[in-house]
Design a protein around this ligand. Structure first.
Ligand SMILES: C[S@@+](CC[C@H](N)C(=O)[O-])C[C@H]1O[C@@H](n2cnc3c(N)ncnc32)[C@H](O)[C@@H]1O
Length: 273
């Protein structure tokens, strides 16, 4: 059944305030699809009833489930390939030289979805012998509890594996788990998975050498993007690097970021004073 205009407005306002996500008119189909699946899972008769419940009960559990349902979690291993090439061949060698005295690397994947991106990064780090013996602070976060649970389990279907994972890395980093593949514990324990809403106040974290903030800014309006980029700036070390999605352009929104080209892809640095 089509969603009522007043309910669509309520849901758009709800997800904007809960997650910063903009659902403009025209996205009714998305809300209908996602919320009818959630209503089905929760054994609630209709979207109507689900929204009534959301309006009436101040249930954090239901709010989180609606946020989980309305976020888009599209991802894959080695998505866009080039950023990981740049990480491996340009950034990490630079950082390894610069931080040779402290042997510490701080890295944050800020919208980890179901884990393919942070595990791709973990595989890259694991293949760099010069990092052995380093202390690696690796945080991966997302707003969705459901996605974080998937990250922690590290279980992937054959289809998900087939989307981007080079064949030689399957036996190296995964083991068979019934009809799925599980990322090896050695990589799972490298990452500290945390719930984290980019649009709310950020908890204390160490300053980062590298931040991945890919394919998430696209869901926000320019004011929210600027606010997040301002916080990213404070979270990056002065010589740190930021990766964003291919359609994002931080320097157009925040003059304090400068695009830095590498042979395989670009990333962003904080503009020198
Ligand atoms: C399309 S996925 C991108 C995943 C991965 N970064 C990539 O590039 O493949 C976007 C992710 O951003 C998360 N997200 C959306 N709004 C968020 C917010 N306000 N705070 C933190 N994460 C958010 C969603 O839950 C989703 O998992």
């Amino acid at each position: 059944m089509p969603i009522q205009p007043s309910d669509f407005k309520y849901i758009s306002d709800f997800i904007k305030s809960a997650a910063g996500i903009v659902l403009a008119p025209g996205k009714e189909y998305l809300v209908e699809n996602r919320l009818s699946m959630l209503a089905h899972t929760l054994k609630i008769e209709s979207i109507d009833e689900l929204i009534k419940k959301l309006r009436k009960e101040n249930s954090n559990d239901l709010k989180q489930k609606v946020v989980d349902a309305l976020t888009t979690n599209e991802t894959s291993f080695f998505r866009d390939k080039h950023p990981f090439e740049t990480l491996k061949t340009s950034l990490l060698p630079q950082i390894i030289k610069k931080r040779a005295a402290i042997k510490q690397l701080n890295i944050w994947c800020a919208a980890s979805s179901s884990g393919q991106e942070p595990y791709t990064i973990a595989m890259v780090l694991n293949q760099i012998p010069a990092l052995s013996g380093w202390r690696i602070n690796f945080i991966a976060s997302d707003i969705s509890e459901e996605m974080l649970e998937r990250c922690r389990q590290g279980l992937y279907t054959q289809l998900e594996i087939g989307r981007g994972l080079p064949a030689n890395l399957l036996p190296k980093y995964f083991s068979r788990h019934q009809n799925r593949w599980q990322i090896k514990q050695e990589l799972r324990t490298m990452i500290d998975f945390r719930i984290f809403n980019l649009c709310k106040q950020w908890p204390f974290m160490v300053n980062m050498d590298i931040i991945f903030l890919r394919h998430v800014l696209v869901y926000f309006n320019d004011a929210t993007k600027r606010e997040i980029l301002g916080k990213v700036r404070k979270q990056l070390k002065p010589d740190g690097f930021l990766f964003v999605g291919s359609g994002d352009n931080p320097e157009l929104l925040d003059k304090n970021f400068t695009r830095t080209e590498f042979s395989t892809s670009a990333c962003y640095k904080i503009t020198s004073p």
